[in-house]
Ligand binder design. Structure first.
Ligand code: FRU
Length: 327
């Protein structure tokens, strides 16, 4: 059994679907309002859980065995919001004594005493062009490097001989860098991936430098002046030790670049003549990451197959509401 630990923030998303993005200082009636659990790593886990359950059900020889974990700051253990968040992953089979059950492990989450509310995102989703504009508010104290060290120690005490993959959202680069450096020391065989997403955030290049796999977003790439995923990946490759670099590019799909071979692959979102009807782009990048993390654990698939799988999954996601029924 391999362990896949996702470290990142959890949000409650309030989504207003509007005909078009509003003018500043105007009034606009929304077509729909939805509230759902969000957050990059939680979204990725929700998708991953489905993939693992369906892989289990297939009993294929290339089925993937992964135990998924979430490391996130949550409100108080007793808060109603915490219950809601944890039960939003209820898609797994009832664990009980079944050691193969695909349930997300929350035992390393950090519950913030005296906090009843989770981090919140208010999202304006435009029907006109499928854009999603996100405004966040988060007053939960962030995870510190010392807290992470405690988590990593507890994990290592139980599983030091087993394979582990640690994926970081890469939110607070200085903290995350400390976490990665500590992991390299105590679990030198673990694999580490990071997401480089927020445009113009300082410190993300230094973070990417330390990872084995890096996920770059289109908005980050554009903020660095790149005009294509290929330009981004080729230019960033020398500044990271990573051997697998990935970059999403909205309607143009995504691309991967491998080192030392220098192999570049582009995975288009759709075939010519196959239109995509965009319903919900919130979490498309998170879904791509789920597909890649799943594929990267599947040794029998080619690089092209892994990329095509993840792009296909994200393409399917943007055409449905939320993350349910992706498999
Ligand atoms: C989508 C998302 C939302 C969340 C926001 C956090 O990728 O994870 O679910 O509110 O981004 O930045």
């Amino acid at each position: 059994m391999k362990h896949l630990i996702l470290v990142g923030a959890c949000y409650l998303d309030t989504i207003l679907t509007v005909p078009q993005f509003p003018e500043e200082d105007s009034k606009l009636r929304a077509k729909a309002l939805q509230v759902r659990r969000g957050g990059n790593c939680p979204n990725t886990l929700e998708v991953l859980q489905q993939l693992l359950i369906s892989s289990d059900a297939q009993h294929h020889q290339d089925r993937v065995h992964i135990r998924p974990y979430l490391v996130s700051c949550l409100p108080d253990r007793d808060a109603a919001a915490t219950d809601k968040i944890l039960s939003s992953f209820g898609g797994g089979r009832d664990g009980g004594d079944d050691e193969n059950a695909v349930l997300v492990d929350f035992s390393h989450c950090l519950y913030r005493k005296g906090h009843d509310e989770p981090a919140s995102s208010y999202i304006i989703r435009s029907i006109q062009n499928g854009s999603r504009t996100i405004v966040n508010y988060n007053d939960l104290p962030e995870m510190t490097t010392d807290e992470f060290k405690g988590i990593a120690d507890a994990f290592a005490a139980e599983h030091s001989d087993e394979e582990s993959w640690w994926h970081f959202e890469g939110r607070i680069p200085e903290t995350t860098l400390g976490c990665i450096q500590y992991l390299r020391r105590i679990l030198p065989k673990s694999t580490i991936s990071v997401e480089v997403e927020k445009p113009n955030r300082e410190g993300l290049v230094e973070l990417a430098a330390e990872a084995d796999t890096v996920f770059y977003s289109k908005s980050w790439a554009e903020s660095r002046g790149y005009h294509s995923p290929e330009e981004c990946l080729r230019a960033e490759a020398p500044s990271t030790r990573a051997t697998v670099l990935l970059c999403t590019w909205g309607a143009e799909g995504a691309a991967s670049f491998c080192k030392p071979s220098g192999e570049y692959i582009h995975g288009p979102a759709n075939q010519p003549g196959e239109p995509i009807s965009v319903v919900d782009t919130i979490g498309a990048g998170d879904t791509f990451i789920a597909g890649m993390l799943y594929g990267l654990h599947n040794e029998t698939w080619s690089r092209e197959a892994k990329l095509a799988f993840a792009v296909g999954l994200a393409t399917k996601k943007v055409q449905i509401e939320g993350f349910a029924h992706l498999t």
